[in-house]
Design a protein around this ligand. Structure first.
Ligand code: 2AM
Length: 180
């Protein structure tokens, strides 16, 4: 009897705020959110760098090896605006100026996806921190009090689908140390 195929894991790379910053971002998100929708839980708030989808152990190993080879410096991120995408129905916080290091980090992970046999994102990278899902309207205001984030690492996250909704678990962390 053949054994069933190993189940893949749903994974993505992200910037993950610490708990204090997540609480601050949650407050900002609630302040600008329109009525209704499904607020993202505080402990789930993050910015996706590259969404890998459900992948097997070999592809995960390939992506982790690629992440090991990324040497970029820490950077500052200023989250200073809010926005709305009507098709996925999400309200998000974003930055009017995207740091070059962040663009490079996302581009390196995207390139690694292609090299590891995954389908990379072909839309331009648009960093955002989703605060509300199933939103029928945009934020109450587009300007927010700037939240400063000193980004010192990036993470690999596993997404688990539980009856109460998506649950994210950080499974590995890479410090940002290096030169542009
Ligand atoms: P979102 O916040 O804009 O929905 C886990 O699902 C994370 O990966 C979310 O932050 C989600 O972005 C992002 N993501 C990017 N592409 C995705 C896709 N095709 N399917 C699901 N999530 C995706």
């Amino acid at each position: 009897m053949s054994s069933p195929p190993p189940e893949g894991q749903r994974l993505f790379f992200a910037l993950w705020p610490d708990a204090e910053l997540q609480r601050a971002l949650y407050k900002v998100g609630r302040a600008i959110a329109p009525p209704g929708g499904k607020p993202m839980a505080t402990h789930n708030l993050h910015i996706t760098l590259a969404f890998l989808g459900t992948i097997d152990a070999d592809k995960r190993a390939c992506m982790e090896k690629a992440a090991d080879a990324i040497h970029l410096p820490p950077f500052e991120l200023a989250l200073d605006c809010a926005g709305y995408w009507p098709r996925p129905q999400v309200v998000w916080l974003g930055c009017s100026s995207v740091p070059e290091t962040l663009r490079t980090l996302a581009a390196r992970l995207n390139a690694a996806m292609a090299a590891c046999g995954l389908t990379p994102e072909n839309r331009p990278y648009s960093p955002h921190l989703t605060v509300l899902r199933k939103a029928r309207r945009g934020p109450r205001q587009l300007d927010i009090n700037t939240v400063h984030w000193a980004v010192g690492d990036f993470v690999l996250v596993q997404s688990l689908t539980l009856p109460e909704g998506a649950q994210y678990q950080v499974v590995r962390r890479w410090p940002l140390v290096g030169q542009m």
